[in-house]
Design a protein around this ligand. Structure first.
Ligand code: ATP
Ligand code: MG
Length: 571
């Protein structure tokens, strides 16, 4: 039964035959390889088809985003298709919660696909393929235990030994495999192995196990199956069934490629997909393995998969990162054949670049110092119009109250200024952003020497926008004291830091919370709304903690600071 039946249902769609399209410029070695295949007409009329094949055993992380962008982006570039296929061949660890979260995350990243596909929907076909291999004398049922198989496998320098069961006849193998399926044996009692070459220098080719017995409930197929295919056997078949042309995967599968090709060659699959490997993304100080992330969730060390410190898509979404920034980041790091670690600062840079032109600003002060403007009319107040984003006038302005009592940021005053300090100090004049020039006349101190308030005077002729041109060197922000609202700010450090033993461990300083004072509009922030807190950084109203039910003080996540941190060296 050579499989010529690439399921037409899986290849339908608006995709255009690759050879009918003009070739775009390749931008990496994978695309160069695809273009070579297109030019050589390898896949004839078939559209280019890639897939993103997560195992639904956890939430996606930023490493997966690289694979998502690469697979969906490449298919898009060549007018093809990218399938979202759940690689759910392991019954034990998989869960529909993960299926749902993965779909949500891929959609959030900005990609579309037809129907979600499940490897487990192909179990029957995979089983038939295994029967085919047995009939060809290319697979056999083995009674060795897992330990024995490992021992027989040999090492990089020692060739493997053949299993004593390798010589079983076709009829016996067919019967035993059927009995495995029928549930006659316990887990581990028997396996089905491909019959390849125990002396192969590639250990993956030493009669790899292709089916194992597992009496387990599967999230999709329930208890219908007692045998489950192994990844290396299942994956090429999944790709081939779907008409995938280029199966893009991470570098650790390079040594598995001969087995991938062997399976499809033995099944005589026409126009088999081609596997191409690229280096996985590693980020500095970040764990990126679902297993480790799950351990953090299970232990309660983090709030959940969407804890804003987590490198999961759900976590960085709640943290306030944007899909545009993540796609830009994936574009910038490119794809290569050598593993390396990317500095998380690059990701932060992409986030800043994306947010800068499109979020509105708000005045927020931390560590507040009270300012009393002695020459401002007693009891009076006014409303000022302040631009939302200085890079984009079309974002308009907002109304901010002003009076003779303000708070300024603690970092914006120094009683004894150091060199090149241009902010407020006794005798100095600064611009209050969007308001007036303000001079500090006196710092009033309490008995303990701490500053109680700053007595200042303003120049009514210098209202922003009035054309007054007197220049001062420092501009600071402020909030009107009576109308200011208190907010909570959650700041995040690196999730992992190096412990004393040199092993990375949860960074105890990865979450900190502080109170700040904001202009009144901050109280209206909708869950998920992003701002620049002027001169501080970028913040998002936490989706969970700012919901209508949560009520009370708004909680903002620090997305990323501004590049030049003005707070450094202050006070
Ligand atoms: P993990 O070890 O985190 O569970 P995985 O590779 O086992 O990762 P899968 O669900 O099998 O997770 O991954 C789906 C796809 O995402 C695979 O094609 C895999 O190669 C790719 N992928 C996973 N991690 C990364 C990464 N750090 N960089 C690039 N691609 C990745
Ligand atoms: Mg995996």
């Amino acid at each position: 039964m050579p499989y010529s039946d690439t399921d037409p249902g899986k290849t339908a769609g608006a995709a255009v035959g690759a050879k009918d399209r003009p070739a775009p410029e390749p931008s990496n070695f994978i695309q160069a390889a695809i273009e070579k295949d297109i030019a050589a007409g390898v896949y004839g009329d078939r559209p280019i088809c890639t897939r993103f094949p997560p195992e639904p055993n956890g939430y996606l992380h930023i490493g997966h985003a690289k694979s998502v962008c690469l697979n969906f982006g490449t298919a898009e570039k060549y007018g093809g298709r990218c399938n979202l296929r759940f690689d759910d061949t392991n019954p034990v660890k998989e869960d529909t919660e993960y299926v749902d979260s993965i779909e949500e995350d891929v959609r959030w990243l900005g990609f579309e696909w037809g129907e979600s596909l499940f490897a487990s929907d192909y179990f029957e076909k995979m089983y038939a393929c295994a029967v085919e291999l047995i009939k060809k004398g290319r697979a056999f049922v083995d009674d060795l235990s897992a330990d024995e198989i490992r021992e027989y496998r040999g090492t990089l320098t020692v060739p493997g030994r053949e299993s004593p069961w390798r010589g079983r006849g076709v009829e016996e193998n067919l019967r035993l495999f059927q009995e495995m399926r029928d549930g006659l044996y316990a887990d581990g009692e028997k396996v089905l192995r491909a019959k390849i070459d125990m002396a192969s220098p590639n250990i993956n080719m030493r009669d790899p196990v292709i089916y194992r017995i597992a009496h387990a409930e599967h999230h999709n197929t329930g208890d219908r199956w007692r045998v489950y295919p192994m990844y290396d056997y299942a994956h090429p078949i999944e790709d081939a069934i779907e008409g995938v042309t280029h199966s893009i995967c991470t570098l650790e599968f390079e040594d598995h490629r001969p087995l991938y090709d062997w399976v499809l060659a033995e099944l005589e699959w026409p126009l088999p997909p081609r596997q191409i490997e690229f280096a996985r993304l590693s980020l500095s100080n970040t764990v990126m393995s679902k297993r480790h992330l799950k351990a953090l969730v299970d232990s309660g060390d983090v709030e959940g998969w969407d804890d804003p410190r987590m490198p999961t898509i759900a976590g960085i979404r709640r943290r306030g990162y944007t899909p545009e920034a993540i796609r830009d980041f994936c574009e910038r790091i490119g794809v290569s054949k050598s593993n390396s670690t990317v500095d998380i600062a690059l990701l932060e840079h992409c986030v800043r670049e994306d947010l800068k032109p499109r979020v509105a600003s708000r005045n927020v002060v931390e560590d507040p110092i009270r300012v009393v403007i002695t020459n401002y009319p007693a009891g009076a107040s006014e409303e000022l119009e302040i631009e939302n984003n200085k890079d984009d006038p079309s974002m308009g302005s907002r109304t901010v109250p002003f009076s003779g009592e303000l708070y300024i940021d603690g970092a914006d005053f120094m009683e004894f200024p150091e060199k090149k300090y241009f902010r407020l100090f006794p005798g100095n004049e600064v611009r209050l952003k969007g308001a007036y020039l303000l001079r500090c006349d006196e710092a009033v101190k309490g008995a303990d020497g701490g500053i109680l308030e700053l007595r200042c005077s303003y120049d009514p002729a210098t209202k922003s926008g009035s054309g007054e041109t007197r220049k001062v060197r420092g501009t600071i922000h402020w909030v009107e004291a009576r109308t200011a609202v208190s907010i909570r700010i959650r700041a995040y450090g690196l999730l992992m830091s190096e412990g004393e033993d040199g092993e990375s461990a949860l960074n105890p300083l990865s979450l900190s919370e502080r109170r700040a004072w904001a202009e009144p509009l901050a109280a209206d922030a909708k869950p998920g709304e992003r701002f620049q807190f002027f001169r501080h950084g970028y913040y998002i109203a936490d989706a969970k903690l700012c919901s209508a039910e949560a009520g009370g003080e708004k909680v903002f996540n620090e997305i990323v600071g501004l590049k030049s941190s003005w707070r450094q060296g202050a006070r």
